[in-house]
Design a protein around this ligand. Structure first.
Ligand SMILES: [Zn+2]
Length: 345
């Protein structure tokens, strides 16, 4: 009788020790994979950029009582932060006037006005050369460029870009809104009648008057009207503070508030406003900062933290971490095909 009892006790002891051992291994594994780590991940779509590009910065997860902020000396407009998945996302445009060099990008998470997490990341702005264009126009046409008229136009355009959908409405990549000869590149330095007259904010595409102009991506019409400098103009909101605009149109076929699909006709090519011949002035901006339309036409530029696949992996591996130990344990942050990097605060 006694012998059986001792064996039984040994068995219980062994089971207890085994349970402790297994528990310890599981706990260590959980610590290793960061399950008790409440620090959010910070993802940068790239850390090497050129003037005219933009960065996507995502913080994930972020609870409702916390907010995120991104600051850097090259940032010209307070970036707008949008909730995205379990976290928040922000587009940071690099203005064409940005001087090349290394900039510190500071990402902070705040709770009730005080900083709870802070991370500094070096972002390198590579040099980029912009071409010079000389234009000679009549005095009458030049009068269209009057500063007061610009200012009046800007009231309408800034009002149109004052708000943006909190959801990305676009589908990668953006389309060129019509075929034609590119007559002026993005960021080109312009001289009008030998006077430096600023930089070119978009892409000029020459095409015969009446050629259909299509929406470069899914979006909502936020401006559709005549403006002094850009003539008949349409601005589309693509969400997350990303906009595209179509100028010098002969005719507008959409209304403010209307949802448009990528490839849908929104108007026809014209020569209205400050224009020297039928062409489309196509511009893309993050808020009021213009970016290179060619940038959004590359499939990779809008990927990064917003790529569906990486978000799906992040969600799965976060929720079912035991089922995805390879993703969560050994890799920790998922390998991506693009240049994005993911860090912890
Ligand atoms: Zn133009």
């Amino acid at each position: 009788m006694g012998g059986i009892s001792v064996r039984k006790n040994h068995l219980i002891l062994a089971l207890i020790l085994l349970a402790i051992g297994v528990g310890l291994v599981v706990a260590l594994y959980m610590v290793r994979v960061g399950l008790f780590d409440s620090r959010p991940n910070v993802t940068f779509s790239a850390v090497q950029v050129e003037p005219g590009e933009f960065l996507i910065v995502q913080v994930d997860p972020l609870t409702a009582d916390r907010s995120m902020r991104v600051q850097s000396p090259f940032i010209r407009e307070e970036p707008r932060v949008y909730p995205h998945g379990q976290g928040a996302v922000v587009l940071i445009p690099v203005d064409y006037r940005t001087l090349p060099g290394d900039y510190i990008l500071e990402v902070t998470v705040q709770k009730g006005g005080s900083i709870v997490h802070k991370l500094e990341q070096v972002v390198t702005v590579n040099p980029r050369e912009f071409t010079i264009q000389k234009l000679y126009v009549s005095k009458e046409l030049l009068s269209n460029r009057d500063e007061a008229l610009w200012a009046e136009d800007r009231i309408h355009t800034s009002e149109a870009r004052a708000q943006s959908s909190a959801e990305p409405l676009w589908e990668r990549p953006f389309l060129q809104p019509l075929e034609g000869r590119i007559t002026t590149q993005f960021g080109q330095i312009r001289y009008v009648n030998d006077q430096e007259s600023g930089r070119h904010s978009g892409l000029d595409i020459a095409a015969p008057r009446g050629t259909p102009v299509v929406a470069s991506n899914d979006g909502v019409v936020v401006l559709a009207r005549f403006l002094h400098v850009t003539g008949y103009t349409v601005i589309l909101d693509h969400g997350l503070n990303l906009f595209s605009s179509y100028s010098h149109l002969d005719q507008i076929d959409v209304k403010v508030g209307q949802a448009v699909a990528k490839g849908q006709a929104i108007g026809i090519v014209g020569n209205t406003g400050f224009s020297t011949g039928p062409h489309l002035h196509w511009a893309v901006s993050v808020g009021g900062v213009f970016v290179d339309p060619y940038f959004v036409m590359q499939d990779s530029s809008l990927a990064g933290p917003l790529a569906e696949i990486s978000n799906r992996l992040a969600r799965w591996s976060g929720r079912f971490w035991l089922a995805f130990p390879i993703y969560y344990g050994s890799e920790r942050f998922f390998k991506r095909k693009d240049d994005s990097i993911c860090l912890k605060f």
